[in-house]
Design a protein. Sequence first.
Length: 102
Amino acid sequence: MPTIIERIAAAEADADAIRRSAQDAARAAKADAEDGAAAELRRAREAANTELSLAEQLAEAEGKRLSASLLAERDAEATALVAAAEANLDRAVALILGRVTG
């Protein structure tokens, strides 16, 4: 039969083994959690980059559409102004010649 001191020593050794086992399990759980968090962060970054790329493409397409629309409007305005100027060109020339020769 073991003595009290031997039983205490065995209990302390068991406690040390349990503590080491718990520490090892805690380290492993922490490492798993860190790995999982890093993987989730990578996935979140990839998703954000994908969304950003899509938003950039949509903005570029909208900018091109708006630019084309504005250019078409300005072209129509310029064409109308040229037509109005050409319609008044003969009268303007006559008026200028009248003032110069007159």
